[in-house]
Write a protein that binds this ligand. Structure first.
Ligand code: NAD
Length: 463
């Protein structure tokens, strides 16, 4: 099938590359010319394991192309994915200006072929109908242009009558395993009131639904939930709100564990064995961050407020999450007393391993607090380097190239991100380089026994 993805970020590029990988003919559109040039040269603008490889293969088979020209993408695609960002506004609601621009732009370039316009961006509930309206606005603007009507044409009949439907198809991929997740999803959610549109989406995803990319060929087909637009949009927010709340829940338990002398890692194991609870998203730590949870919870709380509903549980999840950041600083203060003039090293900056995404990473909050308290901050991240990141929050951070450079003359290390390489380090050597070998393990990732044997004071969360 002919597909166009608009927006080539973590979602749009992965979606486009994976759809090309499974045999579709894909054009990816982005309005950032530098990004498009980079992708045309076969390079991924983001770090996502496996992405460059499938991009290159799909490009050489001629099934994956890149352009800045929306008209080219809209002309090409029978299915048009909107996958642009929906960042938070200061009041918590979603900034939908990018979706708006794309929806109008699609309308301006539609031809008379039937198209399915897919909202893959996480958009406020009701956006399906709103996108339809914007596309029609775009069509109306285009129809006003006299150049559309040829000499001798009847202006009334030669006006474009577009055929399209809008589908909500929320994205559930996890950065760091985005290719696997796209090819092996737990479920596919399709929101639409039009069967023709749903049928085309089912055809598009058929190889994935049939588990052609599953490691275990006997696994059941992917569950597909076909529902109305609003419910599909709500499913995305509800899923993220649930996962974030689960993390805040275990962090609350961790904080009580610390006081009563219980070990939250054991408690997580014990409750996770209950199939009604499950063992995922039960790791106590610094709290959630990243490009989705904070903004999606804020947007859902905001939506509730729009309808006069006070989302108390979600607000509590946010508040517990903020408290976790402060708790880590308190642990550091308990060990070092005064942070002014101390050098603190951060292991990891990204909000999770195997990504270069720094959006709303907990490390950024910790950096800001440490700097406000007068500490000097060093950081080592396997992916983020001074060359790769111009993030303004890192302006006052000494980004170093190795764990040993990080440890040298540091008063403490805070493990922010559970990159697997942090488990392979020679901690004995590191301890010797530090002024005081203190490890605040914000992910309960390292073995306390191993660290203690290496000479560290290991401080975890909730244990
Ligand atoms: P992103 O910021 O990485 O990428 C957005 C891309 O859209 C950028 O490359 C930008 O240049 C491009 N863009 C903006 N305006 C454009 C326009 N008018 N025309 C063409 N391109 C345009 O965003 P992302 O992380 O991929 O997220 C996209 C959406 O998917 C968001 O709504 C997000 O909430 C949702 N989502 C993200 C994830 C994730 O893990 N990142 C997971 C699920 C859902």
């Amino acid at each position: 099938m002919r597909v166009c993805t608009i927006g080539t970020g973590y979602v749009g590029l992965v979606t486009g590359a994976c759809l090309a990988h499974i045999g579709h003919d894909v054009i990816c559109v982005d309005n950032n010319p530098a990004k498009v040039e980079l992708m045309k040269s076969g390079h991924s603008p983001i770090y996502e394991p496996g992405l460059s490889e499938i991009m290159k293969a799909a490009m050489s088979s001629g099934r994956l192309q890149f352009t800045t020209d929306l008209a080219v993408g809209v002309e090409h695609g029978e299915i048009l994915f909107i996958a642009v960002g929906t960042p938070p506004l200061p009041n918590g609601s979603s900034d939908t200006q990018y979706v708006e621009a794309v929806a109008k732009g699609i309308g301006q370039h539609l031809n008379s072929d039937y198209k399915v316009i897919v909202n893959k961006s996480t958009v406020p509930i009701g956006s399906g109908d709103w996108v339809k309206m914007l596309v029609l606005d775009g069509v109306a603007e285009r129809n006003k242009q006299p150049s559309l009507v040829g000499a001798g044409d009847n202006p009334q009949t030669s006006r474009l009558a577009p055929q399209f439907d809008v589908v909500s198809n929320p994205e559930f991929l996890r950065e760091g395993s985005a290719i696997y997740d796209t090819l092996n999803p737990d479920r596919i959610v399709l929101g639409s009131n039009n069967q023709q549109a749903i049928d085309l989406m089912l055809k598009l995803y058929a190889p994935i639904i049939d588990r052609q990319y599953a490691e275990d060929a006997t696994v059941a087909p992917v569950a597909v939930l076909s529902t109305d637009l609003g419910s599909a949009e709500m499913i995305k927010y509800a899923a993220n709100a649930f996962l974030a709340t689960k993390i805040s829940f275990i962090n609350e338990i961790a904080n009580i564990c610390e006081r009563v002398g219980a070990d939250v890692t054991q408690v997580s194991k014990g409750i996770g064995l209950d199939s009604r609870i499950g063992n995922k998203f039960l790791n106590a730590g610094i709290g959630w961050g990243g490009s989705c949870f904070p903004k999606d919870l804020a947007a859902l709380i905001h939506t509730g407020a729009d309808y006069g509903y006070d989302a108390q549980l979600l607000k509590a999840a946010v508040s517990v999450n903020q408290q976790q950041r402060a708790l880590v600083i308190q642990k550091l203060q308990t060990s070092l007393k005064i942070l002014k003039g101390k050098t603190i090293g951060l292991f990891g900056l990204t909000f999770k391993p195997d990504t270069d995404d720094l959006r709303d990473a907990p490390a950024l909050d910790i950096i800001q607090i440490l700097i406000e308290l007068g500490a000097k901050v060093k950081a080592y991240d396997p992916i983020v380097s001074p060359q790769s990141s111009t993030h303004q929050c890192l302006a006052n951070v000494d980004l170093v190239d190795s764990p040993t450079l990080l440890a040298a003359n540091s008063d403490a290390i805070i493990l922010m991100t559970e990159w697997s390489e942090f488990q392979q380090i020679d901690y004995q050597q590191l301890a010797k380089l530090m002024r005081s070998p203190i490890m605040i393990d914000c992910r309960n990732f390292l073995s306390p026994a191993k660290l203690t044997a290496a000479g560290f004071q290991h401080i975890g969360i909730g244990c």
